[in-house]
Design a protein around this ligand. Sequence first.
Ligand SMILES: *Cc1c(COP(=O)(O)O)cnc(C)c1O
Length: 370
Amino acid sequence: MPTNLLPMAAQDLTWAVTPHESPRPEDELSTILEKPGFGEVFTDHLVDLCWSAAGGWHRPRVRPYAALSLDPAAAVLHYAQEIFEGLKAYRHADGSIWTFRPEMNARRMQRSAARLALPELPEAYFLDSLKQLIAVDGRWVPSAPETSLYLRPFMFAKEAFLGVRPAKKVEYVLIASPAGAYFTGGVAPVKIWVSTTFTRAGHGGMGAAKTGGNYASSLVAQQEAYDHGCAQVLFLDAQEGVYLEELGGMNVVLVTKDGRLLTPDSDSILEGITLDSVLTLARDRGLTVEQRRVSLAEWKDGVASGDIVEAFACGTAAVITPIGELLWEGGSLPIPTPEDSVAMSLREELTGIQYGRVEDRHGWMTRLDG
Ligand SMILES: *Cc1c(COP(=O)(O)O)cnc(C)c1O
């Protein structure tokens, strides 16, 4: 095959590495890693890659973390042509650094790109960017239980142009931030606010893409959730307001008495990698998975009759979070949280794989260092 016909992913990138002149001193870093919080402190470097309609992907760089320089007319600031991903780097007991199913994030980012009329980043470039960042900032991966380095790849329209069309200049950037255990003091069931006023995404919209716009539209409902003492908002379908969709940033699963896992099927839900993994582990255990339309009424009736014995939310940040109560305008429903919780047992298995304590029988882990 002539070289110019090779798929882009087959071409090697040579990253220009500019090391930080004054990286975070060791003593400061260890203070940060003792109590990382989430998304507030960033590592010493970032990775970026440019794309232009004329030149394709070019200028791969690893450079000191710094503010981006953007033209005030950059299309992303006006029309929100932006997508992102979220995954974690885990430190195993022997010190090695791993990530979980990164090819799934790479492919999802390509699907998000297609929906937002952005260029698709080749899978190999995506994976390479993660390895490049870990090569310079590996010391930022914490080692305490349930901690990680959160990796945030994103891509945005940077062309300075106020006309409305897909941008001809785009930038891909990877930043990283140490993340503490999501639940300190044990996993606790959360209260969920069911929004009957706002929806997240509709048929033919951007719901299945990981894009900032979906989060922008969820914030007012999220605020409503906080105002009612809830941790997260649950959205219903936009057409009838009857069927479960997902939380602002997590997928939802119900567990039945006879060992079935019910999760909504809809073209406006984001396809979670945690969800896919949890469903796979559940099938491995002989549990039945039903991915179909699930109404809020089915949930309420199931709790009343004792058929639905458990519910949980799942996503990269918190892995699996049991749902302890549903609240909505004018009502509430306590959700049972059983002793021998399927959610908690799946959580233990999944985090076991991610942290290298449980055999990775599906080949989900990718080593990022060395
Ligand atoms: C990222 C995200 C999820 C969870 O996906 P994971 O791949 O499991 O992290 C669920 N819903 C929305 C809206 C998301 O953005």
